[in-house]
Ligand binder design. Structure first.
Ligand SMILES: C[S@@+](CC[C@H](N)C(=O)[O-])C[C@H]1O[C@@H](n2cnc3c(N)ncnc32)[C@H](O)[C@@H]1O
Length: 389
């Protein structure tokens, strides 16, 4: 009890108030100082573990419940190591790895990541798919998605990926496999050009247009394609084919096999994120992150993202909704309302979770990771399938 009190008193007051207001126990965070950092080892690099350990001067502990994942003390720096620079290891929390694992990705799947940036989960998805299927990453923030593109290129994981700056609540572009079957149709697009191989050097006209859109304000006129790999299905397409619109019922057969909605949230499950506000001032944390009004608008956004992600899923496909918040409002309440509004959505048990160190959520079949129970960052995970009704 004493330890709890002394540890929770180290948390910012604004954060403790937020936890109380949301019925969360501050003791969840008593373990956060000892929560390790996690890395994923690129498949095929297992023989190099000893060399990597020598380089970062620390032992990599295998995470028994999550293949390919290793833990190391949180104060060990990996950014300067060759293994990191060469893309053999990358940092990703084990709870995030579990959320991706819940999608049951198989070879050839076409996967949509609706809130993709900065891209840790998208890289893992691409790594699992290997040389098959496709990944479509969407994020409303251009600079965060540009960081995601850098990561994909660094880890040589971008061949089957395409990235769109777009609003995930309205995004409506079909998976890559469908483009292959779709015929070119006339459209109002000014320049119905064919996409050539992607290069970071955009033609002058395109750069001018993108700069004009950015200058014009934050409002997106439509999805902006900022990266596509040579196997992403984009090369050789006409703009009218890429941006062809489908009606909702068509997505039942032509939609994505798997959708991840790792929604924007208050990030309260990640104490490391909360502590970043130490530099910016706790008032900023209160105003920007923990404020009740902001919370209300977030839950509206989360429901819209989940609803649109589900619309884009094919019948029989799987969708995972996750947030790094531990509040009921942003998780179970959003899921409940979504289920009420979408009779074709069915919550699914996550079978692999039998061996995961997490707790049940307040809704049956949902899961919660937290620093105390799981020794990971906090994460809520719910998995759905789409019934063909
Ligand atoms: C929790 S982060 C996603 C983390 C990411 N999945 C990863 O593993 O690195 C939430 C993301 O949602 C994005 N976002 C917020 N509103 C959005 C919207 N309307 N449409 C698409 N993305 C949105 C934010 O820019 C942010 O990058």
């Amino acid at each position: 009890m004493e330890e709890e009190a002394s540890n929770s008193s180290a948390l910012p007051e604004a954060f403790i108030d937020f936890l109380k207001h949301n019925g969360l126990d501050p003791s969840i965070y008593t373990a956060c100082h000892s929560t390790p950092r996690y890395i994923r080892l690129k498949p095929g690099c297992e023989a190099q573990i000893e060399a990597i350990e020598g380089e970062i001067k620390c032992k990599l502990e295998r995470v028994e419940w999550l293949p390919g994942f290793y833990s190391l003390p949180s104060d060990v720096q990996i950014a300067n190591s060759n293994a990191y620079r060469e893309g053999k290891i990358y940092g990703i929390d084990a709870a995030s790895g579990a959320a991706v694992s819940a999608l049951d990705i198989s070879a050839g799947d076409h996967v949509l990541d609706l809130c993709a940036a900065p891209g840790a989960k998208l890289c893992l998805i691409s790594d699992i798919l290997g040389d098959s299927g496709s990944v479509t990453g969407v994020d409303v923030s251009r600079h965060r998605l540009a960081a995601c593109r850098t990561m994909l290129q660094k880890y040589a994981l971008g061949n089957h990926c395409r990235l769109f700056v777009a609003d995930g609540t309205t995004f409506s572009i079909i998976p890559m496999r469908v483009h292959a079957n779709s015929k070119s149709c006339e459209s109002g697009l000014k320049e119905n050009v064919t996409f050539k191989e992607w290069t970071s050097r955009r033609p002058w006209k395109e750069r001018k247009e993108a700069a004009r859109i950015r200058k014009g304000g934050a409002v997106l006129s439509g999805p902006e394609l900022i990266y596509y790999g040579c196997q992403s299905g984009v090369v050789g397409l006409k703009k009218s084919e890429l941006y062809r619109t489908f009606c909702d019922t068509e997505f039942l057969s032509c939609g994505y096999d798997k959708v991840l909605v790792d929604a924007e949230c208050t990030h309260d499950g990640s104490i490391k994120h909360v502590q970043k506000f130490e530099h910016w001032g706790w008032d900023t944390l209160q105003r920007r992150v923990l404020d009740a009004e902001r919370g209300d608008s977030l839950t509206v956004l989360q429901l819209k993202l989940l609803t649109n992600g589900f619309r884009l899923l094919k019948a029989g496909g799987l969708l995972v909704y996750s947030t790094c918040s531990l509040t009921v409002a942003q998780n179970e309440d959003v899921v409940k309302q979504f289920l009420e509004e979408n009779p074709s959505a069915e919550l699914q048990a996550i079978d692999a979770a039998e061996n995961w160190p997490c707790k049940d959520g307040q809704l049956q079949k949902t899961l919660r990771f937290d620093p105390l129970t799981s020794n990971t960052s906090g994460l809520f995970v719910a998995k759905f399938t789409k019934l063909a009704i």
